[in-house]
Design a protein around this ligand. Structure first.
Ligand code: HEC
Length: 110
């Protein structure tokens, strides 16, 4: 009986840890995924254009930014051919991509 109880506790704790790990907020996702190319504050780097003050970000709605995150930019869609490589499609859920898009349009611009 005690063993079953312990097993259940372990299982439930495992599930809640997984939920916490999956629910990274937009700011954390940006820092972990986008900042490598676009800079921690969106200031840009040698491998990704600045997103702070970026004309596309300012002039697009969150849906267009979300689409860019999920599809990436390659081939004829590229707007910054001076950067050495494409933007690869980002492995985020639709909801997480939307949250990051909203973060890029709001907090990142401050
Ligand atoms: C491996 C590097 C890399 C990663 C990681 C990356 N990007 Fe990019 N991103 C680029 C490059 C390079 C471009 C420019 C592509 C082009 O020529 O249009 C770009 C373009 C963009 C643009 C369009 C900018 C414009 O001026 O049109 C947005 C918005 C953007 N990225 C957002 C993100 C977000 C948000 C993330 C994280 C979820 C992310 N990117 C992850 C490299 C990256």
């Amino acid at each position: 009986m005690k063993k079953i109880f312990l097993l259940l506790v372990t299982l439930i704790m495992g599930i809640s840890f997984a939920a916490v790990a999956m629910a990274a907020d937009a700011k954390t996702n940006f820092a972990n995924i986008c900042a490598a190319c676009h800079g921690q504050k969106g200031e840009g780097s040698p491998i990704g254009p600045a997103l702070k003050g970026n004309a596309f970000v300012k002039g697009s709605d969150a849906a267009a930014i979300k689409a860019t995150i999920l599809k990436g930019r390659s081939g004829k869609d590229r707007k910054h051919p001076n950067f050495p490589a494409d933007m690869p499609p980002q492995a985020l859920s639709a909801a997480d991509a939307e949250a990051v898009a909203n973060f890029v349009k709001s907090d990142l611009q401050k």
